[in-house]
Design a protein around this ligand. Structure first.
Ligand code: 26A
Length: 370
């Protein structure tokens, strides 16, 4: 009764211990695929750019947006004129690879939509190296999503054409072989970018989490999600056990929700104390702030804590693209392992520090031990 291996990009072999088989359950230290993640698999087309390039396409130095007509030439421009590299991306897929980096083999499964093309093959290679299981909805007619990433100093401007990622649907989530992974999971992680794609799938996972008293982690992902996808975001809010964002997302949330404050600690507190569906868990709101301390507010608690980030020699930083995703990956791994909040934050900061030394949202291999 093993979870079936379907013909999508499933890259890891199921473990010897069937997660459905009672007879072996006592022998397995932990069961497989305890963390399930959902979002948009993308291929990053990343290059070091300049002011002129940002200006040409009307991009802000530090932003994440969906591509419009005027951005059409960006990908080609990056490849032809800026020596762009093709790197596996998609925010929550980076997080999923990150969590798997810290967890035992076969711990993480990731869902999203891709095409059947050379870009998907690159994603396939990256998740294989990471030991991440993916269950992609493969759309043979639409190309895999791409994200143009322009690095200038410590800023990154991201411009995404979702492609096949935009076609993820409930039908895929409800396929028996996928849904059994959902039911089996013990922790859920959803990237807020998926609110642009399939809010009903997010709600299915959220409800699955709450009904089984399992943690549901949501990343706010980008300011534009807080601003322009407020309705589906707010509908999912009662289900957040952990909500993770950075200072820019916190500010956008505060503004779009009339919180009348720009104080990150106050915003974290407000997020932590939103109404909650599963009252067996107190909500935790986590706001990262680049090199400034990570802020943590817990529902019903007055004190907001600060955790300084791990110091790094600036000369060792390659680029910060994916730093937040890596943080979330380390943090989610801590949640899966039942670590304290403090320890989980530490794991997130440790992984973020590793990731910023790599090109793009990547992690060093061979693996470094935590
Ligand atoms: C819907 N949008 C805009 C997106 C993204 C995205 N991942 C999912 N959906 N826009 C950018 N990213 C990813 O964010 C990572 C860095 O945090 C990029 O692919 C990049 O790897």
């Amino acid at each position: 009764n093993l979870i079936p291996v379907n013909n999508s990009f499933h890259t890891t072999t199921p473990s010897r211990f069937s997660i459905r088989s009672n007879s072996f359950s006592k022998m397995a230290a932990t069961k497989d695929y305890r963390l399930l993640c959902l979002e948009n698999p993308l291929l990053d087309i990343q290059a070091f750019g300049d002011e002129a390039l940002l200006e040409k396409y009307g991009l802000k130095a530090n932003d994440a947006i969906l591509a419009e007509e005027k951005h059409q030439g960006l990908f080609e421009d990056l490849l032809q004129n800026y020596d762009a590299k093709l790197i596996a991306g998609g925010a929550a897929q980076n997080t999923a690879r990150g969590a798997q980096y810290l967890l035992p083999p076969n711990s993480v499964v990731y869902l999203g939509g891709v095409g059947d093309d050379k870009y998907a093959a690159i994603l396939h290679d990256a998740v294989k190296q990471a030991g991440l299981r993916v269950e992609y909805r493969v759309d043979p007619k639409i190309s895999t999503g791409r994200c143009g990433v322009v690095i200038t100093g410590h800023n990154r401007s991201m411009c995404t054409e979702l492609g096949a990622a935009n076609h993820y649907d409930l039908e895929h989530l409800k396929k028996p072989e996928v849904w059994s992974l959902v039911e089996n999971a013990e922790v859920y992680y959803v990237g807020g970018y998926h609110f642009t794609v399939c809010p009903p799938a997010i709600m299915e996972l959220a409800k699955q989490a709450a009904s089984g008293n399992k943690p549901f982690i949501l990343s706010l992902s980008a300011p534009f999600i807080c601003q322009f996808f407020k309705e589906p975001l707010d509908a999912s809010a009662p289900y957040w056990d952990y909500v993770i964002g950075n200072e820019g997302e916190a500010a956008a949330y505060a503004e779009s929700h009339g919180l009348n404050t720009t104080d990150v600690k106050e915003i974290a507190k407000a997020l932590a104390n939103l109404p909650k569906e599963n009252t067996q868990r107190k909500r935790v709101a986590i706001i990262t702030q680049g090199t400034e301390p990570t802020i943590v507010a817990i529902q019903g608690e007055d004190e907001v804590k600060e955790y300084p980030v791990h110091s790094i020699d600036p000369a060792k930083i390659n680029d910060t693209n994916g730093a937040g995703d890596a943080f979330a990956g380390g943090f989610a791994a801590g949640v899966v392992e039942g670590k304290s909040i403090e320890e989980s934050i530490h794991m997130g900061q440790w992984l973020a520090k590793l990731s910023i030394q790599e090109l793009g949202p990547s992690y060093p291999f061979p693996k470094q031990a935590y």
